[in-house]
Design a protein. Structure first.
Length: 45
C-alpha cells in the first residue's frame, strides 16, 4: 500500500513505506527529505 510522503516545502509523493525506510527520498525543490506525516490523533487515548 502506498502512502503520502511530504517535504518541508509542501510537495508530496506516494510511496511504499518500506522503500522510504531503506533510504531518504530528497526533494529537488527544498533539498529536504520526504517523510510520512503523523496521523492526526495518533496515540491519543
Amino acid at each position: 500500500m502506498r502512502v503520502k510522503a511530504v517535504c518541508d516545502c509542501g510537495r508530496n509523493v506516494r510511496v511504499v513505506p518500506s522503500v522510504l525506510a531503506q533510504a531518504p527520498i530528497m526533494c529537488g525543490g527544498c533539498g529536504k527529505p520526504f517523510r510520512i506525516p503523523e496521523a492526526v490523533g495518533a496515540g491519543v487515548g
